[in-house]
Design a protein around this ligand. Structure first.
Ligand SMILES: CSC[C@H]1O[C@H](OP(=O)(O)O)[C@H](O)[C@@H]1O
Length: 365
């Protein structure tokens, strides 16, 4: 996407070959800064501390992290060690392990001296595929928005949760890609942006993206979404996913499930947008099977932002000494999901629906 007229991907090789450039998303929206990840360890820290975040971007970063590890030591021992260390950075987004397994599968049969170049090449393919997949998600999802636009006057009002925009992927995004494609095609779209406590990816990142692209939007408190749906101000919900099961259960940022419940109660269509790399074909029960990351309590007890004088500041917002829980994701059961928007089209949130798009995943009876 473009920032001040210049096109960026969220991750790209440093021009001097010194490592991998990423956007430091912990500094947005008040500072647009890139960082060079020059080692496996720096890639791991970037994922763990959410300098980079979003399932597809986590996967791409891990792929390049493995390439950086091969630059350091291409031995079998380090390949296995780096794969384990990077996999341990965050437990929920399946894209992380998917990318590591894919790159490691390419490297294992190679000689040590071949591994660095092969790893960087495979990581680049993963990044390029993600851009193409997310662009296609945009096209398929935009058709849903266009269908609603034909039936109503005024803008199509889309509610989204967290950030599933181009900052969560290599480019285009997943939940926001249909909004960009529809907006660029001249359709009137307005986005309700859930702030998304506690990390505020909506208020900080989705709002930043939509501002930069000129998409009309309104930032709301997380708890306002149900009210807006009750009053007919939401035409559909589109969210991202960190892991979706073969049966259509959708794991996404904490609070997504509550929006799905409100949407069902108000008759609002609720879609998840995700690429093939986010589907976990080994799972049928997301609530029981998907590991939910428990993040640091400080993400709940403190807020970081910019003062009126323009300085970054962190303040406490919780009564000192109170215990805190911080589950980072929840699972929306398939029964609450209207459809799943993928790079291959829109499927019902059912095994048959997903297999209809990915027939190669049918297990021989
Ligand atoms: C396109 S995946 C976006 C997905 O990832 C976010 O989680 P996090 O910011 O913690 O990496 C959130 O669940 C988004 O929906």
């Amino acid at each position: 996407m473009k920032i001040d007229g210049r096109h960026y991907r969220t991750i790209f090789p440093a021009p001097d070959g010194g490592g991998i450039c990423v956007i430091d998303q912990t500094r947005l929206p008040f500072a647009f800064e890139t960082k060079v990840l020059a080692s496996e360890a720096e890639a791991a820290v970037a994922i763990r501390t959410m300098i980079v975040r979003g399932a597809p971007l986590i996967g791409a970063t891990a792929a390049y992290g493995l390439a950086l590890a091969m630059r350091e030591d291409p031995s079998d021992r380090n390949l296995d060690g780096a794969r384990s260390r990077l996999a341990a950075t965050r437990p929920t987004a399946i894209n992380l392990r998917w990318a590591l397994d894919r790159v490691a599968g390419v490297l294992q049969p190679l000689s040590a001296k071949e591994r660095e170049a092969a790893a960087f090449a495979e990581a680049a393919r993963i990044a390029d595929e993600d851009v193409a997949s997310c662009r296609a998600i945009g096209e398929h999802g935009a058709a849903l928005i266009a269908e609603i636009a034909r039936r109503k006057a005024g803008p199509v009002n889309v509610l989204t949760h967290c950030n599933a925009g181009w900052l969560a992927t290599v480019d285009w995004g997943t939940a926001l890609a249909p909004i960009y494609v529809a907006h660029d095609a001249g359709l009137a779209v307005h986005v309700w942006v859930d702030e998304t406590r506690p990390r505020n990816q909506g208020a900080a990142l989705t709002a930043f993206e939509l501002n930069a692209h000129g998409v009309p939007h309104t930032v709301i408190a997380d708890n306002a979404g149900g009210h807006l749906m009750q009053h007919g101000q939401v035409d559909l919900c589109i969210v991202g996913s960190d892991r979706t099961t073969s049966t259509g259960d959708v794991c996404n940022k904490i609070g997504t499930y509550l929006k799905a419940l409100a949407a069902r109660d108000c008759g609002v269509p609720f879609y998840a947008a995700l690429p093939f790399s986010t589907i976990d074909w080994t799972l049928t029960d997301g609530v029981a099977g998907i590991p939910i990351e428990e993040r640091d309590a400080r993400e709940v007890t403190h807020l970081t932002g910019r003062t009126d004088e323009g300085a970054f500041a962190t303040v406490a917002v919780v009564s000192p000494g109170s215990p805190v829980a911080n589950p980072a994701f929840d699972v929306t059961p398939a029964r609450l999901v209207t459809g799943i928007i993928t790079e291959r089209g829109v499927a019902e949130a059912t095994p048959e629906g997903l297999l209809g798009l990915y027939p190669e995943r049918r297990v021989a009876a």
